[in-house]
Ligand binder design. Structure first.
Ligand SMILES: Nc1ncnc2c1ncn2[C@@H]1O[C@H](COP(=O)(O)OP(=O)(O)OP(=O)(O)O)[C@@H](O)[C@H]1O
Ligand SMILES: [Mg+2]
Length: 236
């Protein structure tokens, strides 16, 4: 007998844009902290291991992945590099809302059709910053990310852009970020005070370890006792 399907409130489309502090107030301590993260990522890059493609994830939901992805993209673009921010959270996309873009087509089309990258990326008001929105919801995000098409796309992204950021779902909930972490040059973990849970962080570490991800470090934010005015820091 078919069970009556419960309505899952969490599946409701309730995503919101995130604050672009790096655009609104470039001289704020928080913007400065984003520039410090940019510097640290550059220092992690070397001639035999260039960091051009980066996954941003966290252990659980609502920890600031999209906030970090969007603001980091802005500061990288501000430095003159050609930057692409990809909304690789195909389940709960927000990037189009943050940058006020349409989302009729995007990353899901790139992976599931022969549509060209150049026809799908959109310009933003930030010079040098392009965005690839998520595109229509796909029934199989993990399969798309793990496909051979994804490998081709990565190759093309490396040729077309200086720096590519993938805004991903939480790594403990679904396998998408783990899959992508095994393919890109580096992974940045976002940890938010009072939101991130210790057990989930251990689990995230194990999941990243399993695929030999190159973990660049963690962005810790929301700290109440920050001593340096900003509330982001970065470390290995
Ligand atoms: N340090 C912070 N202090 C206060 N609010 C924050 C902070 N970082 C993020 N937020 C807010 O928390 C909410 C979730 O942030 P964000 O969308 O960046 O998280 P996320 O990890 O991408 O979430 P999801 O798992 O749903 O993709 C947003 O409304 C954002 O503005
Ligand atoms: Mg998000």
């Amino acid at each position: 007998m078919a069970k009556k399907q419960k309505k899952n409130k969490r599946n409701k489309e309730t995503t919101n844009p995130v604050a672009l502090i790096t655009l609104m107030d470039q001289s704020s301590p928080i913007s400065e902290q984003y520039r410090t993260i940019r510097t640290n990522i550059r220092f992690a890059s070397s001639s035999d291991h260039e960091i051009k493609t980066v996954v941003i994830t966290s252990s659980g939901p609502g920890e600031g992945k999209s906030t970090t992805s969007a603001n980091l993209s802005v500061v990288f673009a501000n430095s003159g590099q050609r930057v692409l921010l990809i909304d690789a959270d195909l389940r709960k996309p927000t990037v189009h809302k943050t940058f006020n873009l349409i989302n009729n087509a995007g990353f899901s089309n790139l992976l599931s059709t022969k549509e060209k990258l150049v026809n799908l990326v959109q310009e933003t008001t930030v010079p040098n910053l392009h965005v690839l929105t998520s595109g229509p919801k796909a029934p199989n995000p993990s399969e798309l990310l793990g496909s051979s098409r994804m490998e081709q796309v990565l190759q093309e992204l490396r040729e077309e852009y200086d720096f590519v950021i993938f805004d991903m779902p939480p790594i403990v909930a679904v396998t998408d970020a783990q899959i992508m972490s095994s393919k890109v040059d580096g992974t940045l973990m976002v940890i938010r005070e009072d939101v991130s849970r210790k057990e989930s962080l251990y689990k995230a570490r194990d999941l990243l370890g399993m695929v030999n991800a190159n973990v660049l470090g963690a962005v810790y934010h929301g700290a109440k006792n920050a001593t340096d005015q900003g509330y982001y820091y970065y470390g290995s």
